[in-house]
Ligand binder design. Structure first.
Ligand code: NAD
Length: 266
């Protein structure tokens, strides 16, 4: 079996930067038509669309805030208006608003939960509604639809000073598992990706310079990840090569979730 997403349509949220950008690019390279959702940065989203088109692919950029129901509805309507169907959702948008728990404002708690958890629910719900409506051609994809939730190693590893973020990603894990349990019978596959430390805008302060060297102590594989490490896994999870993978989270973390603190603790 070869890895191909020809004749499939993928929507990637938060695709104007970082992991979303790399995922959208990777999915397009594998043959999918891609909807590049962005929140505020139109320019990099449009650049990505041009890049995909220049390479012979199909893409559009669509603005939308994933935490707003009306924006999510509009995002999916524009996807269907342009490409007629949806096969793959990568619910990737996310942000951090860090503070010690005792000082965290309700506003910062709510913003992170709204985008990282409610946003993933709203997008997954819209995708499921669309998957149910459209015909399933098993020659094109063995699954009737694929949802990939971008989680984090912090769905498992507690993270002092980031209680809103860790709680949102813990929520994403059970959101993903529950949806998978609910819709598997319809041949809709739902999975998660848990990246470790991948150098993007979200963590510039911890992956560069001296902080970056400290961070390496937490990564048994000995390097900080690239966006492409995650994109490659997303493309595989979206393809028929992973057809029996359902309701699970793939950790793309160079071993960060292996409790590396115990290495030197014999
Ligand atoms: P990033 O900041 O480059 O990307 C986040 C994207 O989400 C941005 O494009 C941003 O515009 C978008 N976004 C934010 N609020 C939004 C909203 N309301 N509506 C729509 N889009 C919105 O950082 P990234 O590292 O690429 O993060 C992507 C995802 O990966 C996030 O869910 C993040 O939690 C997760 N993640 C990243 C790492 C890492 O090490 N980089 C590790 C674990 C998990």
């Amino acid at each position: 079996m070869i890895l191909s997403l020809e004749n499939q349509v993928a929507l990637v949220t938060g695709a104007s930067s970082g992991l979303g950008y790399a995922c959208a690019e990777g999915l397009a390279r594998a043959g999918a038509s891609v909807v590049v959702n962005y929140h505020r940065q139109a320019e990099p989203a449009e650049e990505l669309v041009e890049k995909i088109r220049a390479a012979g692919g199909q893409a559009i950029a669509v603005k939308g805030d994933v935490s707003k129901e009306a924006d999510v509805d509009a995002l999916f309507s524009q996807t269907i208006a342009e490409f007629g169907r949806l096969d793959i959702l990568v619910a990737n948008s996310g942000l951090q608003k860090d503070a010690p728990s005792i000082e965290m404002t309700l506003e910062d708690w709510n913003t992170v939960i709204d985008v990282n958890l409610t946003g993933q629910f709203l997008c997954a719900r819209a995708a499921l509604r669309q998957f149910r409506k459209q015909n399933h051609d098993t020659q094109i994809s063995r699954a009737a639809g694929k949802i990939i939730h971008m989680s984090s190693v912090h769905q498992r590893i507690p993270w002092a000073g980031h209680v809103n973020y860790a709680a949102s990603k813990g929520g994403v894990d059970l959101l993903m598992q529950t949806l998978a349990q609910e819709v598997g019978e319809e041949r809709i596959r739902v999975n998660g990706i848990a990246p470790g430390a991948i150098a993007t805008a979200i963590n510039e302060d911890t992956t560069q310079g001296e902080a970056g060297k400290e961070l390496l102590k937490l990564i048994p594989y000995g390097r900080i990840g690239d966006a492409e490490d995650v994109a490659n896994a997303v493309v595989w999870l979206a393809s028929d090569l992973s057809d029996y993978v359902h309701g699970t989270t793939l950790f793309i973390d160079g071993g960060m979730s292996l409790y590396p603190g115990f290495r030197d603790n014999g």
